[in-house]
Structures are given as C-alpha cells and as structure tokens.
Ligand binder design. Structure first.
Ligand code: SAM
Length: 324
C-alpha cells in the first residue's frame, strides 16, 4: 500500500520522536535548556509498536527515532527492537546528539537500528561547548567510530552558522575522506524561539552546495526514501557530503515524510500550524484501521509547501518539541 497526497507525493518515511526532553542547550534550539511543559508521558513501547504497525501497512518502511534526545529514554533499545520487528519496516534509523552513542551502539545495532545521524556542530572542543553547553566532543567522536566499526550507516549533521562555526566547512568535509561517513550541512531554520539568533547567524545552504560543486563534488541522484539532503560525492573520498537546504525552491516537492511527536501527535510538516493527536487510537490493536483512516484523511490536507521563504513558521517553537 502507498500513501500519496493531493500533490502526487508518496510518503514512506516516518520520523518518530520518542522523547521531547533534551540534555543539550544548542543555541539555535534550546539555549535555556529543556523545560518540561507537559505532564502527559511520552508514548509507551506498546503504543509505539501499534503506531509503527499502522504506518508500516500504509507503506512507511523507513522509521527514524528522534527527539528531543531519544537516548534519554531508558527503554530506547526496546523501542528500537519493537519498531525494527514490525512487518513492513525495512530500515530503522536514529538521530542523536551522540553523547551516549559509544555505549548504546552495540545494543541498538542488535535491536535492528542500521543507521545513526549524529549532530556535531563543531570539531573544536571549545566551540562545541559554546554551541551546545557541553564538553562531550571526544566521546561523541568515539561514538561515531564505534558505530562505524559496527557497520552502521553514520551521518554527521552540522548546522553551519555565520561567524560561529562556518570556518569549519573544510574540516567537516575532510572527515568524509578516510571514513564511509556522510557529512551533512543543515541550513539553520527559523523558529518562534530563535528568530533573533537566526537573523544574525543564518547562512544559506545553497552557497555550500555551490562551494562543493566548485571543488569537484558531483551531486548524486535522489534515492527512494532519501531524507531531504542533496548528496555529493568526490573521487578519493570514502564518504559523502550532503546539504539540506530548506529554502531551495523545490525542497518540498520531494517531501516523503510525516512526523509524530513524543506524545503521539501527527505533524504534517515541521512548520505546520497544528498537530493531530493519534494517541486515542493507540489504546488497542483493533484500532489500527481507524488510525490508518485518520492518517489518510489528514494527509489529504497536507500543504504543498512549508512556505518558509514567506516567513511562515507555523507553531514551531523549537525542533526539540517536534523531532527535528
Ligand atoms: N537530539 C537529536 C540530535 O541532536 O540529533 C535529535 C533531535 S535534534 C532537534 C535533530 C536535528 O535538528 C539536529 O541535527 C539539530 O542540529 C537540528 N536542528 C534543531 N533546530 C534546528 C534549527 N532551528 N535549524 C536547523 N536545524 C536544527
């Protein structure tokens, strides 16, 4: 079964937040740290299992576990195993700040996680601390090496910001020379909480794509269920470099993903105005058809674009609440 929206886009990729708490204080996301705003607990493993089963039958064969910081959940390995064991799910990936990756990677790999995205906004320990509030760079890099050694697909995500870490472009690219690592530059996006920071630090990702092309990198064709990145490769580099450019004209044309928040609310887009709670339909296995019908009906109302260039931010306060 495939789910197609009113604009002919096929959806096969679910980004599932399992925890909205985060222990990092990234300057563009949660500069004041995470503050608990809801008493309702995040989805349980059983609710996640039901959700994954319903989406998998709708054709969602790729699931990313994200947050907040997903590794703050003690039952993350159990969640990963439940999702990976769902018939129809062929790929389970994880997005993490990487602080606990070195110890968690073996268990996650055994549970069926085959790919991890690790956020690393600086390769300089002092600057890393300035951006994230933590001294964790060495252990994150160790986690990346561990994951690579286990045969996981590893992507390193960096948000380059003007006057902060944009001088590290070459250093990040260089990481992909010797290792099969995908280094990806995510363009800083505005949210209700970071608008002043965004105005000061925003760096257009398209300029990075142009820089790669000038330096002999070739853009690869998109593969099914690819994320939003444009991928570049170059002879002599074992890995690749990607650019996520949400302001690019055709960015939404290839949208293939839906998001569900840690409390089971479906979001049609990072920048959508509202959320739709699926939780009442996750109480028992017999609600699956009703849940699928809801998703199908809501997809019919998905917008053609995020309208970011028009300054529309939806009700996104910061990405940690949604699962960025
Ligand atoms: N904690 C996990 C992590 O660090 O990857 C998962 C959640 S985090 C919100 C997911 C990604 O969103 C990170 O790579 C982070 O850099 C990115 N992100 C958060 N806010 C952003 C913003 N305003 N613009 C661009 N990327 C952002």
């Amino acid at each position: 079964m495939t789910l197609v929206d009113s604009f002919g886009r096929t959806f096969s990729y679910l980004r599932l937040s399992v925890e909205d708490a985060c222990d990092y204080r990234c300057r563009y996301c949660l500069p004041g740290g995470y503050k608990k705003e809801e008493s309702e607990p995040p989805l349980s493993v059983d609710e996640i299992r039901r959700l994954a089963a319903a989406f998998a039958e709708l054709g969602f064969w790729k699931v990313r576990l994200t947050g907040g910081e997903p590794t703050l959940r003690r039952d993350l390995v159990e969640i990963a195993a439940a999702v990976a064991g769902t018939p129809g799910v062929r790929r389970v990936a994880l997005s993490t700040n990487g602080a606990r990756l070195a110890e968690l990677a073996p268990g996650l790999a055994r549970a069926g996680v085959s790919a991890v995205n690790v956020s690393v906004d600086s390769l300089d320990p002092a600057r890393f601390r300035e951006i994230t509030g933590h001294d964790h760079l060495p252990r994150i890099l160790e986690g990346i090496e561990r994951a690579l050694a286990l045969g996981l697909t590893v992507k390193l995500n960096a948000v380059l910001m003007k006057g902060l870490n944009d001088g590290e472009f070459e250093r990040f690219v260089e990481l992909s020379r010797a290792r099969p690592l995908a280094v990806r530059f995510i363009e800083l996006m505005p949210t209700a909480d970071n608008i002043d920071f965004f105005t000061e630090r925003h760096l257009k990702a398209e300029s990075l794509a142009a820089r790669l092309a000038e330096n002999g990198w070739t853009e690869a064709p998109r593969a099914e269920a690819d994320g939003p990145a444009r991928r570049f490769s170059k002879p002599g580099f074992a890995g690749s470099v990607g650019v996520i450019a949400p302001y690019a004209e055709d960015f939404c044309a290839t949208c293939n993903r839906l998001r569900v928040t840690a409390r089971g609310r479906l979001r049609m887009c990072l920048f959508a105005e509202g959320e739709h709670s699926l939780r009442p339909l996750l109480r028992s296995d017999d609600q699956r058809a009703e849940l699928q019908e809801s998703v199908r009906a809501l997809l019919g109302r998905k917008d053609v674009s995020h309208y970011l260039p028009d300054g529309k931010l939806g009700n996104t306060r910061h990405f940690a609440a949604i699962g960025g």
